[in-house]
Design a protein around this ligand. Sequence first.
Ligand code: DX5
Ligand code: ZN
Length: 214
Amino acid sequence: MKISPSLLAADFLNLGKEIEKINASEADFLHLDVMDGVFVPNISFGFPVLQGVARKCSKPLDVHMMTVEPEKWIGHVRDLGAAIMNVHQEACLHLYSTVQHIHEAGMMAGVTLNPATPVETLIDIIRELDLVLIMSVEPGFGGQPFIRHTLDKVRKLKSLRDASGSKAMIEVDGGVNARTGEELAAAGADILVAGSYVFGNEDMGDAIRSLKNL
Ligand code: DX5
Ligand code: ZN
């Protein structure tokens, strides 16, 4: 299993130290939640903060855009040196060209689905995607309980992906811990995002290892 700890749950007064711990851990990515207070009812951190994070972080960056018109930010995300840019299906009027522009900027393209958005909506684009990010909570806040219907969505997405010949990885975000992580692994998830479970643990390395070994 690949693990993408979500910086949203980090101690923002000690961001440098938190990133050093991530660098020293077995995490595969660092997950960065960008919010605009419009697409979701919250604001996290913006690009000036992320530039500092990107300079210090040695893990590939997995950027989760929770903004309207995420295509406007492709250049900013590219300039961070991000590996993955995730945009919400619900925020993109012209999803196909947004995915193309992310690829042209040299990044892996991910499409994110809110809990109420069915996986079938991706049927005509899944072959273009490097990743699908399934939200297992409503986006905007960390520390929410896992929505159990997500397990069905992951199973459905896996068969849709395999039937289409797509190589898209399946990533899940929200309420992930050792217990829900185990169920997600069995359902077919490839990458787990975890915020409070990782940063709320006394030993971040242990928490990451417990998910990695699933
Ligand atoms: C929520 C974010 C998540 C969040 C997950 O909008 O997309 O990445 O940090 O937090 P936990 O793991 O605490 O549910
Ligand atoms: Zn996220």
